[in-house]
Design a binder for this molecule. Structure first.
Ligand SMILES: *[C@@H]1O[C@H](CO)[C@@H](O)[C@H](O)[C@H]1NC(C)=O
Ligand SMILES: *[C@@H]1O[C@H](CO)[C@@H](O)[C@H](O)[C@H]1NC(C)=O
Length: 444
């Protein structure tokens, strides 16, 4: 599937800025011993980073491609070797669905699912709609199709799966009309706890909270700490609602909450549940006509157990009350999820989940040194070290076993490759993300 598009003007601009900044980076790294110089450089880089972000988010760039033909009007131009229809083959077997929108929500095991999608796209040589220079679509700005690398009006892609703030109308322009829309949810209390912890350095609202257990203190009286206008405040309230492009500050009883949930119900073909990840994958296989092999996974981007705080029932209740809109969303889709399992057949589901677990365990024995996830510091291959939150290294990763049967080597390596590295491998130059990573590691 070799769509070749003219690179757009602003991409050139982007790479120029990239080169300049990379130049600075090399210069700065050469003088690491001078801490003052380093401090200055970090300041300069941070400023540049902000400036670049600012430039990238100015409307001038985005407005340029507003008058866009949509992919769905261009079905004939879409020279896919795969049919995106869920057709039944001669042997009665269905054909795998290859046009997929995966709405990647935050802190919901979505990195593990992303790895599954990357491998599926890789295997079928599908066209990914990737961001340019970074691993998200200008989150938290709403998604625009002009943010897609190599986007041209009318261009069709197969898979769209990076972090974004969902914007249905813009997404639809990039994919065939019959693309499958999937997403994943997680219990909002757990998600809140995870987000509070993972993004705490990015949320000024939490910086001033006193005490050992900031989360407990915050939930004691959230309204006294929270303000919707504050920078990155959405990480602290109804993050799912926010990710789906809805208003995260609605009270749960507000009619727009129900309306939002309904619109998602109409749009998404399948909503997965992080708590029932294997069951979710089996439903995914059924919906997209995939194979069991397509579903193999190792848990990626997981937090170290020591840093996962367990919510008491009391805190959990408070967290759910505080994230009331997300709680309604979650309960709604939990109900529809189990209704789907019922239709699929409980026993059949149990058998398949058992089979998937068995295969995953077999793969773990084949691929992973020691069979378990380890601290990032213990990973000897840089290509397998996962991205860490600012100021700590709490995200676990894996070491590839040394003597792997050559027939499993590639599969193992791909299954263990974290998001950022896998995207680079799929041809995205992530200079902006990498620069930010370097700045982050230097200041922390
Ligand atoms: C694809 O086919 C399978 C099996 O026939 C069916 O269960 C599933 O709902 C279909 N998916 C879509 C997206 O049409
Ligand atoms: C989701 O639904 C299942 C099955 O009905 C139920 O056992 C579970 O408690 C529900 N989860 C939540 C968080 O409500």
């Amino acid at each position: 599937m070799a769509h070749r598009f003219h690179r757009m003007e602003y991409n050139h601009h982007l790479s120029e800025v990239g080169l300049t900044l990379k130049g600075c980076l090399v210069l700065v790294m050469g003088r690491r011993y001078k801490s003052i110089a380093r401090g200055l450089a970090v300041g300069t880089l941070l400023t540049s980073y902000m400036l670049v972000l600012y430039c990238l988010s100015t409307p001038a760039v985005k407005q340029k491609f507003r008058v866009a033909l949509s992919c769905s009007n261009q079905r004939l131009v879409h020279s896919s070797t795969h049919t995106s229809q869920n057709r039944t083959g001669p042997s009665g077997e269905c054909e795998p669905k290859v046009d997929i929108m995966f709405m990647k929500t935050h802190k919901t095991a979505s990195s593990t699912l992303l790895n599954i999608l990357f491998r599926f796209g890789d295997k079928h040589r599908l066209e990914f709609a990737f961001p340019d220079g970074r691993n998200d679509f200008f989150y938290p700005s709403p998604f625009l199709c002009s943010q897609v690398k190599n986007y041209q009006p009318g261009a069709c892609f197969n898979i769209l799966c990076n972090h974004m703030r969902f914007n249905e109308y813009e997404v639809a322009k990039l994919l065939p009309a019959d693309a499958a829309y999937i997403t994943i949810l997680r219990d909002p209390a757990e998600l809140f706890e995870s987000s509070f912890h993972y993004f705490r350095w990015a949320i000024p609202l939490t910086w001033g909270i006193r005490g050992e257990t900031k989360l407990t203190e915050f939930l004691r009286d959230p309204r006294s700490y929270y303000s919707p206008e504050s920078y990155n405040s959405f990480y602290l309230k109804n993050l799912l609602f926010f990710d789906f492009g809805l208003d995260n500050n609605l009270e749960p009883e507000h009619p727009l909450v129900e309306r939002g949930i309904q619109s998602l119900t109409n749009r998404f073909n399948l909503v997965l549940m992080a708590e029932y990840f294997e069951e979710s994958l089996i439903l995914l296989k059924d919906t997209l006509c995939w194979t069991m092999e397509d579903l193999l996974f190792f848990k990626l981007n997981a937090r170290k157990h020591s840093s996962v705080s367990r919510l008491t029932p009391e805190l959990r209740a408070k967290a759910l009350e505080w994230n009331g809109a997300d709680w309604r969303l979650y309960q709604h889709f939990n109900t529809t999820f189990w209704a789907k399992v019922e239709v699929y057949g409980r026993t059949r589901m149990e058998q398949e989940v058992r089979e998937l677990r068995k295969k995953n365990a077999e793969m773990a024995a084949i691929c992973i040194e020691g069979g378990v996830a380890v601290d990032a510091r213990m990973i000897w291959n840089r290509d397998l070290v996962p991205w860490q939150p600012v100021g700590e290294s709490s995200i676990l990763g894996y070491n590839l076993r040394k003597n792997i049967d050559p027939k499993y080597r590639e599969l193992c390596r791909k299954m263990l490759t974290p998001e950022i590295q896998y995207m680079s491998e799929l041809g995205v130059n992530l200079w902006l993300t990498q620069l930010w990573g370097w700045v982050k590691d230097t200041i922390s």
